[in-house]
Write a protein that binds this ligand. Structure first.
Ligand code: HEC
Length: 175
């Protein structure tokens, strides 16, 4: 079974097997090296974020938290000061009453106001809050009842009346 030709063939086959084996070893080594390098890179990537968190994100998160607390504190701790009658008049009532627009009693016009003033502050305030004829309701917007009452007193007293300054407890103290 072992003639020279067969031996040569076997030798050649063994040679091939050797080369193939060597190639496989080199190949496996290369693959293992690549895997190790890959693993090292992955580890480096995996473990770098906790060391270097995105500073922008962290900053934004902190800013957001502080802003929320700050806003709440502002709303809780600083209630809005009620506006004075003059402030409310200037912003809201003067639109009509400064010139007597739409048939409204003009500011300072004692003749126009005297009959109205004699009805009493409460009646005047009710008209202002609920509206009267061409005057739309003045409450429910940017001002509360006390502020509207102050504006009524400011206007009425500026036009001959002597109503006391309204307080938070009783916006319309006298009749
Ligand atoms: C859109 C125009 C307009 C605005 C703004 C306005 N008023 Fe008048 N107001 C009138 C008119 C018109 C009358 C007359 C109503 C009537 O007697 O027919 C009037 C009448 C009044 C009277 C007399 C009510 C009565 O019973 O005789 C008071 C008080 C008054 N306004 C207060 C205010 C106050 C306070 C504001 C602001 C917070 C205000 N008004 C804003 C148009 C206005």
């Amino acid at each position: 079974m072992s003639n020279p030709q067969q031996q040569a063939d076997t030798a050649e086959l063994e040679g091939h097997a050797l080369v193939a084996g060597a190639a496989r070893v080199v190949g496996i080594t290369a693959v293992v090296t690549l895997i190790v390098i890959g693993a090292l890179i992955s580890l480096a990537v995996l473990f770098s974020p906790p060391d270097k968190p995105n500073p922008n994100l962290a900053e934004q998160a902190v800013t957001k938290r502080i802003a929320k607390v700050g806003t709440l504190q502002l709303q809780d701790n600083t209630p809005r000061e009620p506006k004075t009658g003059e402030q409310v008049y200037t912003v809201q009532c003067g639109t009509c009453h400064a010139a007597g627009a739409l048939g409204s009693p003009k500011f300072g016009d004692k003749a126009a106001w005297s009959a109205r003033n004699s009805k009493g502050l409460e009646a005047l305030l009710t008209s202002a809050l609920k509206g009267k004829n061409a005057m739309p309701p003045q409450a429910g917007g940017s001002y509360d009842e006390l502020e509207i009452a102050r504006a009524v007193v400011y206007m009425a007293n500026g036009s001959g009346a002597k109503f006391p300054e309204p307080s938070a407890k009783s916006p319309a103290p006298s009749k």
